[in-house]
Ligand binder design. Sequence first.
Ligand code: BES
Ligand code: MN
Ligand code: ZN
Length: 492
Amino acid sequence: MKVGDFQTEETDVIALGIYEVDNGLAPLVESVDKVLGGIISNLMQLGDFKGKLKQVATLYTNGRIYSPRVSLIGYGKVEKLSQENIRQVSAKHMQSLRDLGVKRVTIPISDDISGFHIEAIVEGAKLGLYTFDQHKTEGLGEKEELEELTFLLVDESRMSVIEQSIRLATTIVDGTALARDLVNQPANYLTPAILAEKAQLVAKEKKLKCEIFDLARLQEEKFGAMLGVSQGSLEEPRFVILEYGFEEADKKDTLVLVGKGITFDSGGLSLKSSSGMETMKDDMAGAAAVLGVMQAIGEFKPDLHVVGLIAASENMPSGTAQRPGDVVTSYGGKTIEILNTDAEGRLVLADALGYAKNFEPKAVIDLATLTGAVVTSLGRYAAGAMGTNQELMDQLILAAEKTHERVWQLPLWDDYEEALESEVADIKNTGDGTAGAIAGGIFLKKFTEDYPWVHIDIGGTAFDIKGSSYISKGGSGYGVRLLIQFVRNWCC
Ligand code: BES
Ligand code: MN
Ligand code: ZN
């Protein structure tokens, strides 16, 4: 962030966004064009660059200004401009500059640019440049990396507003990148105990309260459903309780966020197929998002009491694994008949959602890679949302539209309950094979009777999303931007 003049900036490139319009250039672009002897307008007159969405053109300034290059990016038609378009465009532009070998980018911004616009540029740029190469040992030296992004302001009075937008966007991106890192980390590097340690680190850094239940404590507290899931694994389970705003918790509204943290889902004795198992290191994406949100909240400091609960376990087959037909008793005392050990997410969540009641929450939101069925229903472009409070749901839908982390509401009508009735326990963990995502929601609903609640099934949106320039392969970090936006609307 700087106040100055693009003519005297030392940088590798001046980056300019251009709309697809017929009536000339925007004033800022026009002034750059002028010093460069009209090379931008010439290019556009020739039709070589029209400002079409994500179109890139790089021009060389030949010593006319300090920057050796000016790079143009098309914003498309002005009437179609949205925050999502800006994110996409910004990611595409920064990726193309990185691939060119550019290190320092300067973006001059006009006086009328909004804070939202800046947020979207920063989010798109940083999320678009995200990579996960911790486990690569080859080819690292050849990889280009963009090092510095500077915004250049003309009007100094806008400085603090713009700075705040940059800071906020950076916080949100950092939370999302943390969630992506955790999801991308293989299960042999990220066990439940290691996930809990990461949470502890985040808590220390952001001054959150952090309590961790180990195996013995979980037995003491009677987390029977979670213990059933973990008993087949050599890795111990962990339950993590993170708290922000705990000093005056009794004076503030409490929001509880719950994340499914299955660090690897083999299916247990109801074993998955090899291909079905390939991406199951991502089965802790809900937990990763919750941790990403808690990190951001520690920075963003809303006037709320926010609790993050993470139910972390492996789901493995072995001689000690739970069997189909077993009955377990959940934290709140309700009994569950296990028919399919691969429906384990709802089991660890049953305990976590039961535990959430202790905080007397105003709202509880859980994020979970709960079903394959939600991928069948909605594909990779929306999560399935179900809940018991329409007001809360509407708030989430609003936040989803703004962040483009989309949700689509599915019903939790009583009609669906019959399929989960058990002969021997209070409920069974699978339905009749129809409406799989809803059956998951109906199951969870039984454990959330004491507070307004929404469940977000991120089975389709947590991993390998296609067609977005700012979401790479692997973990998407879905849910972090959504929930932070939700908190921003909800509290202030
Ligand atoms: N983690 C899976 C859900 C999943 C599968 C998410 C594929 C993303 C991609 C979950 O634990 C699971 O296995 N669910 C079962 C439930 C069924 C046994 C009722 C499923 O969806 O098949
Ligand atoms: Mn499973
Ligand atoms: Zn699972």
